[in-house]
Design a binder for this molecule. Sequence first.
Ligand code: BGC
Length: 762
Amino acid sequence: MNSRKRILAGLLALCLAGGATAQTKNNQNGKQAFINNLIKKMTLEEKIGQLNLLTSEMDVTGPFMNAGYKKDIEEGRCGSIFNAYTPQYTRQLQDLAMKTRLKIPLLFGYDVIHGHKTIFPIPLGEACTWDLALMEKSARIAAVEASADGLHWTYSPMVDIARDPRWGRVAEGVGEDTWYGVQVAKAKVKGYQGTNLSLNNTILACVKHFALYGAVEAGRDYNTVDMGRQKMYEYYLPPYKAAVDAGVASVMSSFNEIDGIPATANKWLMTDLLRKQWGFKGFVVTDYTAINEMMAHGIGDEYKVGELALKAGIDMDMQGSVYTRQLAKLIADKKLSIAQVDTCVYRILSAKYDLGLFKDPYLYCDNSRPAKEILTPESRATAREIGARSIVLLKNQDELLPLKKAAKIALIGPLADSKRDMIGNWSAAGDYTKSVTLLEGIKQKLGGAGNVTYLRGAHYTSDTTLLKRALQKAVLTAEDTANSAGMLADAVALAQKSDIVVLALGESSGMSGEAASRSDISIPENQEKLLRAVYATGKPVVLVLMNGRPLTLEWEDAHIPAIVETWFLGTEAGNSIADVLFGDYNPAGKLTMTFPRSVGQVPIYYNHKNTGRPEDPNNKYSTKYLDITNEPLYPFGYGLSYTKFTYGPVQLDKTQLKAAATGSVKVSVAVTNSGNYDGEEVVQLYIRDKVASVTRPVKELRNFKKISLKKGENQTVTFELTVNDLKFYNSDLKYVAEPGDFSVFVGGNSRDTKSADFTLVP
Ligand code: BGC
């Protein structure tokens, strides 16, 4: 290119860049004009239809369904469908919408929670990777697969902070920490939505369950929440807000109440906070029949709860048809105005517009995509990698792990060869026949050379009521319950003949997730019996856990030499676990939810307050139990490696930071890999505000770095702490940093840390 051409090209680029902003504005104006114009043409019935979301019969995720949904689409009474996918099926339904007077395209939603067809680890497991780029990548792959399968919209991410492992839905979130929850929320929204929603491989995200659902009393699903504002702002609301700041397109209301008013009728929550304070521009959908359920909450009949929901700011009614039945009457009675309905319609049409559906309603109905884009070798390889990185090594006495390939291995347990369980709960479209079990993973790893023998050993549980619920079956088959005593004896005999026993125990995939709260979170008694009988043989035992929540493992921790937490790792589970067991991947996962010693300690979380009488074993009148310590079994951030990391002292570049300045305190720590393997470590940074106008937790996570160190290698890890990192919500709900003394802690988990102090000066 000669210089004249270069100048011209430069000028052209400048014009284009300037043009792009003008174009965005024009697009925005064009969109507004288009939608407003469309709304002008709509009848009230057509408007109400846009607020109605119905499930298809392909997959039903709640209590009842509307058999006439196809007719409703055709007659303009339903604007969105969930639980319907594949390009063929969504095209068929879109065809019905194209027969309506105004041809407004349908929006297709689905619970794509941890992958669509390539299933990744359950979110609580994936969180243990502490790898935000990988978490974004799994969401991206999920979006590509879902969109190839005709879907526009996922009901994810679930960002409910949870401190109570009895609640089965802890499996769907990333655990107890707010700061970490904020980072993951942003990564997930970015992964699903990308940077351009009108591309056919990006989908709308839906942050849920707004709000505070993770704080249900007693860990019982659908239960009441009671929480003060300061706690809400500080610990429970930030992840939802982070999703909003990241541009999440939709928000789902939660089932619980807030300040005595169900979220779905809560105007303070849905309008004052979400829209006015946070500036949310997308649409709000209810959870499944949440408007109807407000009748049981006791705040009115169907007519009243419909009015309350719309007035609160709820745009779309999921499966309840309350808006369909009540809105016209409410408008005729002047309880609601057409303008209020138009606002909801606008927001929903706007999402359809952003997806490009008005240009091409069949944009996501490409029959050639699934074969090319779903369950590709690359996405399976990513699932395997994320799976291995999600594993948390809880104990490894005398370096029992990694396993030696030449050993004679007994693989025992109801979870050792169960394809269904590998993909966990909320793996809606996942095809479990495609998943790899631990037995298959070990066999592949050993090739023809190894020696592994498998026996089931026990059923999940002998409690038939729990078993039915765990298997999600109304009637148990003979296979579900047959021959328990013989199974155990055979397993013990196999153990005796082997060099080492790998026991795969825990929960079935149906024992966590929605409507799967447990009051006892130990390994079910049948499996525990098997574990103890095998342990009694004196053979070395590796306990491979599969479960959707923290379990109570005091006996196991005291007796079993090696314990590996594997959650439900998804399609590639067996390969991921085998990679770790045989040392091809050195585990580096760290817990994001505390493991209690006993369910009596629940709720339990690392960032608790100090109380006026901190635990003191020698003082009866201190905050403690008579029978156990307050300390958890495995703290937040905990996880071992096959190697060892040692931490040097925490060094600060200054001991005073000016509150008004934009500067920072540099925090440095030398970390050494002092063990026998190359490995990765999640270096965690916590702070404590020692004196403040409202009481502060004993520790709060503020940053982390995941580093990789070769055997013998050492690295200085540096963090910058800014004034912003020291802020909290005061009693006026102002986000402030108060001058005073702070401690900084750095370590490989929230318990074992080194610290230094500095002062924030006015
Ligand atoms: C769950 C939601 C889910 C919805 C749709 C509800 O029961 O609480 O998380 O997105 O069903 O399946």
